[in-house]
Structures are given as C-alpha cells and as structure tokens.
Design a protein around this ligand. Structure first.
Ligand SMILES: Nc1ncnc2c1ncn2[C@@H]1O[C@H](COP(=O)(O)OP(=O)(O)OP(=O)(O)O)[C@@H](O)[C@H]1O
Ligand SMILES: [Mg+2]
Length: 349
C-alpha cells in the first residue's frame, strides 16, 4: 500500500524510484554504496526494496538508536539483531565463524576476551560468500569507535572482494565528514564509492503519488486538497505518505494533519536542543523567522540571550545544523521543520 507508513519493501509500493533502483542494481559490485538524503526522503525504503530484489544475501544494521558514546558491545548487539533476522539466508556462513554462536533463532557474537571477533575479522569471515552489508544511518557510527570502524571498512574495501557495503545517512554532512573520503588522514581516503543522493519528488510526481495512493484505497479527493498537500509538504515522500495515511483514516482536515506533522518535527528539534544547548533553539528560530545573514543571526541570538556570542561558537552551530541536513544557506531543507522551529520554546532568562 502506497500510504503504508512503514518503510516500503517491494517495488510495487515504492513510488517513482525506478531510476534509483536501476542505478543501485548497476552498481551492486562497487565495494561501498552511499545513499544520502534528508529525513523521510525514502532511504530505508529504497534500500529495503533493492535488497529484496537482488539475489545476493544481505543484512541491514539499523543504527538509528545507537547512542553517541556507543561501545563495541552496543554495536555488536545491533549486528546480532540484524543477523538473527536473516538467519535463514546466512546460517551457513554464520555457523562457520568462530566468535559467533547460534542459539535457536538468535545469533550471539563474542565481543570481548579470548576468541572475540574484531570488526575486521568479522568482515573477513563474512567474505567467504558474496554478501551485502548495509548500515542504515551510518553517521551514527561517529564517536569513540570511529577509527576502528573506518579501519575495518578500509580493510574490507581492499581485501574482501565479496562484500558490498551500503551506507545510508540523513545527516548528510555528518556522514561524509565521518567517512572522510576526501580527507588525507581518513583510512577511506581516495576510495571510490558510488554515491546516490535521493531528491524530493517534483510537483507532478508528488501529485501523481497522492493520486495513486488514494486511487488504491478508492478515496476521492478534491484537486484543491491535493494541491495544498503538495504545497505544504514540498515533495517529501515521508510527509506525503503521512498526509495520505491520515486523510485516508478519516482525518479530512489538512491543517490539522499539518499540525500533527509539525508536532513530530518539533519533538525531533527539541531533542537536538536538549542535546546541544538552547543556542540551537535561538539559531533555528531566528532562521525560521527569516534571518538570512551571519551578522543578523548573531544579533538575533545576542538579543534573545542577553550575552555576546563568539564567532567560532556561531560558526559551529550553523555548520552542525547544515551537517545535520536541517538548513542550508539560512534556509530550511524541509518546510515542516521551519514551522516547527517557530514553535521552539525560548525562555529569555
Ligand atoms: N518512493 C516512495 N513511495 C512510497 N512511499 C515512500 C517512498 N519513499 C518514502 N516513502 C514513505 O515515506 C516514509 C519515510 O520513508 P523511509 O523511512 O524509507 O525514509 P528515510 O529516508 O529512511 O527516513 P529517515 O530519514 O527518517 O530514516 C515511510 O512512510 C515510507 O513508507
Ligand atoms: Mg531511514
């Protein structure tokens, strides 16, 4: 179903991404494939559909919940979860790896002590067969274990010809910064990767997507409503799906649906502010209110806060917001986040 809010798993449910699927099929033998794009653009869906179509065994490691200071045990827990879900396809290769035990339908990985597996040795062992290993939201691997992961990836790139890695990321600047393909001191420096950047739907595709989704459910929707939805959600498939699903379930008030979307985005922005500090709230709100210059934003934050802000701090805030794919050149990449930013609570104490 086109308006199913979960990531899509088959091509028939994935609208308008045939070209991207063909590109992935054509590049399946490149050692590292990178799928980037802002939140809700459809990376996980594209990845899942692609992996379901190729005949090569594959595994997706979902890193969304990996915390900032993760340790090897946390990462291995996610790996074992991913392996367990693919046990039927990977049983033979997994059972031959020392350091991995299979208990019933669960895979356990020895992460410390005698006979433990390093990431490199794990990749070398998996290399016995052709396999695709996908890390969804790979920028989450940044942190104290960065170097170890990048070294293992570089090692596998050079020696493990049977492995294709797919890395996705919604925080595009963070992902590329982490991989450092053009940074001399990165283990991945100079390695060729196939880059696929997912773009939002254009107006026509957005319209067609909504029409097809409603047609599938036998729901008639006025052209005016469709146009307003396309306008408000700016071609971002995740929001269009959200709208279609809400509308189909009986919520026929587009302003109310938009408000629900803004609440979700607001929750995400509040997490960022909680993690990084209230100056992020000032910056986001200033940009949402239309501040378009460095000096304008500096003045805005200083006015709100009653403190001067040093240029390097402001530079970092802007760079981080860009790297997280929230803004670019003082503009929001997703209009729903702009409106959510206008609701960020700012207490002037
Ligand atoms: N091409 C598409 N056709 C139909 N539905 C789509 C398409 N792309 C995305 N969706 C829907 O949009 C929502 C977001 O998709 P998905 O989770 O794949 O995106 P994502 O880029 O991985 O998002 P996130 O950055 O939050 O991980 C889901 O409800 C999914 O079903
Ligand atoms: Mg995703």
């Amino acid at each position: 179903m086109l308006f199913d809010p979960r990531p899509k798993a088959s091509r028939s449910e994935l609208f308008g991404r045939d070209r991207e699927l063909e590109l992935l099929h054509a590049n399946v033998d490149v050692p590292i494939i990178i799928i980037s794009g802002i939140r809700r653009i459809g990376k996980t869906s594209l990845l899942t559909v692609f992996l379901n179509e190729v005949s090569i065994p594959s595994v997706i490691i979902d890193l969304r919940d990996l915390h900032t200071n993760y340790g090897l045990r946390d990462l291995y827990n996610l790996l074992s979860k991913a392996f367990s879900s693919k046990l039927d396809k990977l049983y033979d290769v997994l059972k031959s790896i020392s350091g991995i035990s299979i208990r019933g339908v669960e895979v356990e990985i020895k992460w410390r002590g005698r006979g433990s597996l390093t990431l490199s040795s794990l990749f070398d062992a998996l290399n016995r067969r052709r396999i695709i290993i996908a890390f969804d939201e790979a920028q989450k691997l940044r942190g104290p274990r960065s170097q170890e992961f990048l070294n293992a990836l570089a090692h596998a790139y050079d020696y493990d010809r049977n492995i294709t890695f797919v890395l996705t990321g919604s925080e595009v600047g963070l992902l590329y910064g982490f991989l450092g393909i053009d940074r001399l001191d990165s283990p991945l420096y100079g390695r060729y990767c196939f880059n696929l950047k997912l773009e939002r739907f254009d107006r026509d595709t957005s319209q067609e997507f909504l029409k097809a989704g409603f047609r599938e459910l036998g729901i008639d929707v006025e052209a005016e409503v469709l146009e307003k939805a396309v306008e408000e959600f700016d071609g971002i498939p995740g929001w269009l799906t959200f709208f279609g699903n809400e509308y189909a379930r009986g919520n026929r008030d587009i302003d109310r649906i938009k408000k629900l979307a803004i609440d979700i985005a607001l929750g995400e922005l509040q997490n960022i502010v909680r993690e990084r500090g209230k100056r992020y709230a000032y910056a986001l709100r200033g940009i949402a209110e239309g501040v378009k210059t460095w000096s304008g934003l500096k003045r805005y934050i200083e006015e709100k806060e009653g403190t001067t802000i040093s240029p390097s701090i402001l530079y970092n805030i802007l760079k981080n917001l860009e790297d997280m794919s929230i803004i670019h050149n003082y503009q929001f990449l997703d209009p729903i986040y702009r409106e959510a930013s206008l609701r960020l609570h700012i207490d002037q104490s």
